[in-house]
Structure formats: structure tokens, C-alpha cells
Design a binder for this molecule. Structure first.
Ligand SMILES: [Zn+2]
Length: 431
């Protein structure tokens, strides 16, 4: 590959790149990147989805997409690494068998097994997570946590996901779940650290995030959603990182027209079940109105976006979606997330792409327990990357996606998905 831009390595140069046996064998600057050649494609590592639920139902009828289709939906969108934030063991067998039989490469995946959450409290509220079809571990003692960690490790989980939020989105909105006590938070952070297991915690509010931080947590599965943090608030969160999850939470407040626009981009028809598009366009009033949370969710998303962007320039933002929530489709919604974060601020394009790729990869490696910190664009690293046309929206499909040296034929991916659907692989009812 000759004369590609690699802004991550040097924004002023163009490079020649060679690949051998699936790995970069040469990345050499060969000239200046000039304004006269604005069409030079940009090479970035593959996208990393940092907050997915591969085993939760994104379809509007609550049916679960076959994991083999999910894998290819990610591939189609240029997402080459996926962090599953609980639930993967539900679909692990199908995913692994699919990967073994697939002519197309699968994205790489790390998962936590099942999440850890609070016990049912005296008011009868359960810990966040038990409302999903994936089991969670309810913990109250150190032994409960030891058990949760052991069984997750046995299932292939490499990090710990802790559910802390009580479900409050905005001041005055209802408490939905029970919450872990300070004592449980403290021993959870401590034991995870002792074991060398990275822990990610699910918080909604500033207060929850503050408590979790005080107890030792530094990785947050969402940004704060009950207010926009100011400079003094940010001082409290030195070293913390946050995952953006706008795409997965926005479907609650969208109108039929907004769904029409959202599901009208390239790649939807090729990868997703069109029944979802038909259904969503018929939604006359958003779910948020039906469930009485339209205003709070709208405000929460605006706070979350501002809080996400506040961390972007320090490299503390991780791009994720909460895909697996209703209407947040695997792969497709990752590209939506980038547009939602960027809004109309062109200066965010490059930092967002960097966090969606290089920043995400560092996080992926950390969660997988790989301490090497290999730069994904270095000689010897796996040749897994996307080529992007400059000037197109962040949500545009990459010009080309290459996984471990194998160029992905997007049409072949679409055909394979269609074939799996025709063979009845989609929409398995939950059992
Ligand atoms: Zn989630």
C-alpha cells in the first residue's frame, strides 16, 4: 500500500505500508502530506467498541440476533475489537463455533462473564442487571465476590463489571435499583486490584461516580448523566476514564422520523433486520413519552455528551454504545455514536477517531490482561486497520477494512449475513 496518511504517526507525512503474514512488516514515511492532495486516504487501527452487550436483544421484538450475525455486523462496520460488558457467556458457544467455521475473520472480543450487582434491598429493589436475560452475581460479602470472580474466569471473563447505579438519571427521577454499600465497593475494588483484574463500574449520577472513585474505581462504563461537570468536579476525578454510550440510550427518546434518519445510512439494509426499520418508523410517540422519562432522558443525554467531550482531549474518553439495548445495533450504532459525539464540531473529528481506535485498543488490551502495550500501528503488530476517505462523516463506512492482513469484502459479509438469516439463524427466541 503506497502513499497513505497515518495522522496518528505523523500528520504531515504520507507512508508506504507493507504487510507480511498478517502483520505490518514496514511503515515508512515517503513524503510530505500536502494540501494539494486532500484525497489521500487515512489509515487508522480498526474501531474498538468499548461498551457492547453481544448477548442482549437489540431487536424491537426483544429477540436475540444470532451471535454469528453479530460478529459479521461488527466486521462490516470496521469494528475489529469488541468489549462485551456482560452477557457474552449466553452466546459464547455459538460465537466460538461460528468463528471456527467462518471464512471471514471475526472481530476480537474480551468479556467479563456476568456482572456483579447488589442484593435485593429492604424496599424490594433488585440490583441493576437482573432485569436482563443474562444472570448477574448478587454480592454482599467477600466470599460472594470470590465466587463471582472464579466463575467468570472459568467462563473466559478477563475483567470485572460492577453494577452500582440506582437508576436515577436526573435529580428527582425515580430510584429503580438497589445499590452496593460502601463496604462492598471498597472490598470489590481492593480484591480486584489484588488479583490484577481490571474493574469497570456502572454509575449514572455524579454522587455515585464520586463514591465509586473514592472506593478506588477509575473506569466508568458511562459518563455522568445528572449534570454537566464543572472544572471543580473534574478535579475530583484525576486519572478516571469514561465510556460514552449515547447511541444505546437515545433510542428511548427517538421519534419515527428520527429512526428513519438513523436507520437510513449506508450499511443498515446490508447488515440489519429490516423489520426493525419498518417497526421503528411506525413509532408515533417515543418510548420516553410512554414511560414518562422523555425529558429526563433528553437532559441526561445532553449532560452525558458534554461530560464525554470534556474528557476527549485528555485521551480519557472511550467510545462505546451500549449496543444490545433495544434499537442499538451491533457495529452500526458504533458509527452513530461517533456522529452523535461530534455534532457539528469538525475539530472533534480527529480526536474522536483517535479515541475510537488507538485509545480503544489500549483499553481493550488492558481489559484482556495484555500488559505489552504494543502500538497497533507498529512493525510486528497485527495488520488490522481501516482506510478512511478524508472529509466524509465519521459515521461513513471505511473505504477498506483489513483484519490480520485479510482485506474484508463487504459484499461477501452482507451475503453471508443474508445466508445466515435465510437459513433461519436470526431471531432465536430466548430460552
Ligand atoms: Zn451496558
Amino acid at each position: 500500500m503506497t502513499r497513505v496518511a497515518i495522522p496518528e504517526l505523523d500528520p504531515t507525512a504520507v507512508f508506504d505500508v507493507t504487510v507480511e503474514d498478517g502483520h505490518f512488516s514496514g511503515i515508512r514515511p515517503v513524503g510530505e502530506r500536502t494540501a494539494e492532495d486532500p484525497a489521500t486516504p487515512e489509515l487508522w487501527p480498526g474501531f474498538v467498541e468499548t461498551h457492547a452487550h453481544v448477548g442482549l436483544p437489540a431487536n424491537f421484538d426483544d429477540s436475540l440476533e444470532d451471535a454469528r450475525i453479530v460478529a459479521l455486523q461488527y466486521l462490516y462496520s470496521g469494528v475489529t475489537h469488541v468489549v462485551d460488558m456482560f452477557g457474552f457467556p449466553l452466546v459464547k458457544d455459538v460465537w466460538e463455533q461460528g468463528r471456527a467455521e467462518s471464512a471471514l475473520p471475526y472481530p476480537e472480543l474480551v468479556h467479563c462473564g456476568y456482572a456483579a450487582t447488589a442484593m435485593t434491598n429492604a424496599a424490594g429493589l433488585t440490583g441493576h442487571g437482573v432485569e436482563f436475560p443474562a444472570p448477574v452475581h448478587m454480592i454482599a460479602t467477600e466470599t460472594d465476590l470470590e465466587h463471582a470472580i472464579r466463575s467468570n474466569v472459568e467462563r473466559g471473563g478477563t475483567f470485572l463489571k460492577v453494577m452500582f447505579t440506582d437508576g436515577t438519571e436526573q435529580p428527582g427521577s425515580p430510584v429503580k435499583f438497589s445499590r452496593l454499600s460502601r463496604r462492598v465497593l471498597e472490598f470489590t475494588a481492593r480484591i480486584a486490584a489484588e488479583r490484577g483484574i481490571t474493574a469497570v463500574i456502572d454509575c449514572n449520577t455524579l454522587q455515585e461516580t464520586r463514591w465509586a472513585y473514592e472506593c478506588g474505581f477509575r473506569l466508568f462504563a458511562h459518563t455522568v448523566r445528572d449534570r454537566t461537570l464543572d472544572a471543580a468536579d473534574w478535579k475530583e476525578f484525576e486519572g478516571a476514564r469514561f465510556v460514552s454510550t449515547l447511541a444505546g440510550l437515545r433510542t428511548m427518546i427517538m421519534t419515527g422520523d428520527e429512526f428513519r434518519a438513523e436507520y437510513g445510512r449506508e450499511g443498515f439494509a446490508e447488515t440489519q433486520d429490516l423489520r426493525n426499520r419498518e417497526f421503528s418508523q411506525s413509532i408515533e410517540k417515543p418510548y420516553g413519552i410512554e414511560f414518562g422519562c422523555q425529558e429526563t432522558r433528553t437532559a441526561a443525554l445532553a449532560d452525558m455528551r458534554r461530560n464525554a467531550l470534556a474528557t476527549l482531549h485528555e485521551g480519557k474518553l472511550l467510545i462505546g454504545t451500549d449496543s444490545g439495548n433495544t434499537g442499538a445495533y451491533h457495529g452500526y450504532s458504533f458509527l452513530s455514536e461517533l456522529d452523535l459525539l461530534r455534532g457539528d464540531d469538525a475539530s472533534l473529528t480527529e480526536p474522536l477517531r483517535r479515541q475510537a481506535t488507538v485509545g480503544g485498543r489500549r483499553y481493550f488490551d488492558e481489559l484482556s490482561g495484555d500488559p505489552r502495550g504494543t502500538h497497533p500501528l507498529s512493525v510486528g503488530a497485527a495488520a488490522t486497520y481501516n482506510l478512511h476517505a478524508p472529509g466524509r462523516p465519521l459515521s461513513a463506512l471505511p473505504l477498506r477494512t483489513v483484519v490480520r492482513g485479510v482485506p474484508i469484502d463487504r459484499q461477501a459479509v452482507a451475503r453471508t449475513i443474508a445466508g445466515l438469516r435465510a437459513a433461519g439463524a436470526d431471531r432465536k427466541e430466548e430460552s
